[in-house]
Write a protein that binds this ligand. Sequence first.
Ligand code: FAD
Length: 439
Amino acid sequence: MERQVAVIGGGYAGLAAAVTLARHGMAVTVFEAARRLGGRARGVDHRGLVLDNGQHLLLGAYRQTLGLIDLVAPEDAACRGSPYLRLPLGLEVPGQFRLKIWPLPGPLGLALGLLAAGGLSLGDRVRALGFMAQMRRRKFSLAADMSVAALLAAQRQGERARRLLWQPLCLAALNTPPEAASAQVFLNVLRDTLNGRHDASDMILPRIDLGRLFPERAARYLERRGGCVRTSAAVRAVLSHPAGFEIAADAGSERFPQVVCAVAPQHLARVVAHLPELSGAVEMVRGFEYEPIYTVYLQYPEHVGLASPILGLTGGIGQWVFDRGRVNQTPGLLAVVISARGAHQALSREALAQRVHEELAAAVGGLPPPRWQMVIAEKRSTFSCRAGIRRPGQLTPLRGFYLAGDYTAGDYPATLEAAVQSGVKCAHHLLTQDRGDQP
Ligand SMILES: Cc1cc2nc3c(=O)[nH]c(=O)nc-3n(C[C@H](O)[C@H](O)[C@H](O)COP(=O)(O)OP(=O)(O)OC[C@H]3O[C@@H](n4cnc5c(N)ncnc54)[C@H](O)[C@@H]3O)c2cc1C
C-alpha cells in the first residue's frame, strides 16, 4: 500500500520533497496557503504579462535544482527547448569593471578571467588570486566563522576589488551586506562555483516565469503519480497523535503518518505551535533577522535593450539590471534588483522607480521615460545569512515530522538550491525511516 505524506508549503523546498517522494512511490498531498504555487519564487500577473515576484538567477552549481527541473519537464511541445539562458559568469559595471570567467575548470577559468579583468590594478588582481589560492589550500573552510568584510580585510583585498568584485558577489549570493555576512557560507558558494567544474559558475536565467519553471510542472508530475496538490489550503495547525499527525486546514482535518513542513521560517512557529518537540527549531528561527529584495520593473519602448543580458550598477541604489527582452521575450522590459537593506527602503515606490530610471539612464547612456513601472518589495526575501548563524536540521525530535526550507541547515545561503536540497534531504530521511518502519 502507498504510504501517505503531507507536505505543508508549495514553494521550491516543499515541491522538491514532494517530487522526490512521489518518484519513490509515496502518495503525497501538498497543502499550499496561496492561490499560486512557488512561494518566494512565483509568477505574478501584470498587464497581461507573467512577471516574477523577483528576478532570480540560478548558478551552474545548483545541480539538484536543475536536476529536478529537468525531471518534471513534461514532454509536450510547448515546453521543448531549454527553459534557460546560460551564460559564463561575468561581472560588468559599465565603464568601471569587467570580468569574464573562462570556460575552464574552476581555478583556471577564474585565474585567466581575473588576470584579464578590466578596472582593477595588477596588485588588486594578484591579491584576489592569492585569496582564492589560499582558500583553496584551506579547503574553503574557516576554523571559526567571521564576517565577509573581516575575511576580505584579513586577506588584504583592495578597495576596488572589494567594491566591484567581492561585495556584489556577496550581496547577490547571501543577500546580506559583507559587514554582517557569514564568511563560511560565502566560501561554500565560492568553493562550488568559482572553484568548481568548468560550468559551475555559469549564470542561468530562466526564460519562463518561476512558477512555470518548476512548481507548476512539479504539481503535474505529482498528479500523474496519484498525488494531490491543494492551493488556497492554509494549514492552521498540526497535532500529533499515536498514528501520526492531524493536519487542520480550512476544509477540515486529515490524518497523515508523516509530514514535511516546508513553510518559510517566519511561518514555522504558527504551524508547529502544538508540537512541543519543535520548540528548539522555533527558538533558533526566532533569532533570525530578514533581508528584503526589491525588484523594479521598468517597461521602455520595445527598441530599448542592454548590451548584455545582465549588467552591474554601482554608486547608486540599483545593483543589477536584467534585460528581460533578451531573456524572456518581453522587449524593452528591464528589471533592476536591489538586495538587502538600504536607503531605498525609505523611498515611495514612485520615487524609487524614478531614481532607478535616472541611475540606469546615466549608466547606459540615455533612456526614454518608461511606459510603466512596477516595484515588487519582498520585505522578508531571505533570512539574513550572518556570521555564526545556527539553522535547524531537517530531522526533528518528532519521529515522522521533517523540516524543509531554505533556512534549514545546509551549506548554502537562502537560495533555490538551499530550498531544493533541504526538500530532497527530507525525502531521503523519510524514505529511510519509512523503510525501517515497514514490517
Ligand atoms: C525577490 C527575491 C529574489 C530572489 N533571488 C534569488 C536568486 O536570484 N537566486 C536564488 O537562488 N534564490 C533567490 N531568492 C531566494 C529563493 O526564492 C528562496 O530561497 C526560495 O524560493 C525559498 O523556497 P522555500 O520553499 O524554502 O520557501 P518559500 O518559497 O517561502 O515556500 C514556503 C511556502 O509555504 C507556504 N505556506 C506558509 N504557511 C503555510 C501554511 N500554514 N499552510 C500551507 N502553506 C503555507 C507559503 O505560501 C509558501 O508558498 C530570492 C527570493 C526573493 C524573494
